[in-house]
Design a protein around this ligand. Structure first.
Ligand SMILES: Cc1ncc(C[n+]2csc(CCOP(=O)(O)OP(=O)(O)O)c2C)c(N)n1
Length: 332
């Protein structure tokens, strides 16, 4: 484990607790979502981030409130870590009007203007050109912001990945590309779908400086993200961070997981980012049992409150169905 005390002399108790807390919020929120899905309270698709929490939480530490975030359909973790409130997030999962996307997005299309959270994107690779556009808009309007773009390693096989990498590098745009390499794109392992499995090499061939980090270690992710964001803010153009991680659950709620062994999943679970940080924190006296108990109690209350909020929410009336839908004739 790369979490020896000597490796983290800078870590304060409040910061360790904050990192733990954010990861635990994501874990408990999503565990509840899985239950609600079984009860058909949440419908449609549901992709859980459980196991990958260190990536979102680590990267968010390096961002400022005015920066932008773009993510995938597996984006509840990024939304929570970015500061999207849990109540409207849960209401969005339910499809209620009180949701952050007014119930029209659901699990895969979480948006929140206040935190500059630009989705939630169901199209593999679809977020990358969006991030390039956001960064270009910031540049053209003289705003010194960074756009962080999360995507899976499966996106590296898409044309949009290559187009985005090329333009971001050519125009030296302030984009932090965060590849969440969890080894599988649905049921397809990286090794059987890519001729070059070193994703970093794909960014490097566009001259985008790249780093690989243990995505199960939130402290390592934070350090790598801070270094990359500092380079972007110094005007060095886009940076690429490959986080090696693993999803503990199925790709979505419909997946028999025949493409990987139970032993493999169990081996990765031993590297759970929450358990690792908690164990290290206890071993060096920065985290106590009482901290975890208090955190668990607070988060349980927050999650229950979000469920109550969503349950009490309302459905969009049928009469509003076509509101905000532009027909070709109107657009012309
Ligand atoms: C353009 C496109 N092709 C195919 C799909 C179907 N699809 C949904 S998720 C997925 C796998 C993507 O894997 P990856 O990018 O590694 O992200 P992960 O789900 O592992 O987080 C695929 C192929 C899609 N949504 N969009």
């Amino acid at each position: 484990m790369s979490t020896a005390r000597e490796a983290k002399p800078h870590l304060t108790r409040p910061h360790v607790l904050a990192l733990l807390r954010e990861m635990l919020r994501i874990r408990r929120f999503e565990e509840r979502c899985a239950e609600l899905y079984q009860q058909e309270k949440i419908r449609g698709f549901l992709h859980l981030y459980i196991g990958e929490e260190a990536v979102a939480v680590g990267v968010m530490q390096a961002l400022l409130p005015e920066d932008a975030v773009v993510a995938t359909y597996r984006e509840h973790g990024q939304a929570l870590a970015r500061g999207v409130a849990m109540n409207p997030l849960m209401a969005e999962m339910y499809g209620k009007q009180e949701g952050c996307s007014r119930g029209r997005g659901g699990s895969m299309h979480v948006f929140d203007a206040a935190t500059r959270f630009y989705g939630g994107n169901a199209i593999v690779g679809g977020g990358l050109p969006l991030a390039v556009g956001l960064a270009l808009a910031d540049r053209m309007q003289n705003r010194a912001n960074v756009t962080a773009c999360f995507f899976g390693e499966g996106a590296a096989a898409e044309g949009e990945f290559h187009e985005s990498m090329n333009l971001a590098a050519l125009w030296r745009l302030p984009v932090l590309f965060v590849c969440e390499n969890n080894l599988y794109a649905m049921g397809t392992a990286l090794a059987i779908s890519e001729s070059e499995t070193d994703i970093r090499a794909k960014a490097q061939c566009y001259r985008v400086p790249s780093a690989v980090v243990d995505g199960m270690d939130v402290v390592a992710v934070e350090a790598a993200a801070r270094a990359a964001v500092a380079a972007i803010r110094a005007g060095e153009g886009p940076q690429f961070l490959e986080c090696r991680t693993y999803r503990f659950r199925a790709h979505s709620m419909f997946d028999a997981q025949l493409y990987r062994s139970k032993e493999e999943v169990e081996r990765w679970k031993e590297r759970c980012p929450i358990a690792q940080l908690s164990a290290w924190g206890r071993s060096v006296g920065l985290v106590h049992d009482a901290d975890i108990a208090a955190m668990e109690a607070e988060i349980a209350t927050e999650v229950q409150a979000s469920v109550d909020f969503a349950e009490a929410g309302s459905w969009e009336p049928l009469s509003d169905l076509a509101r905000d839908v532009t027909t070709p004739r109107e657009a012309a």
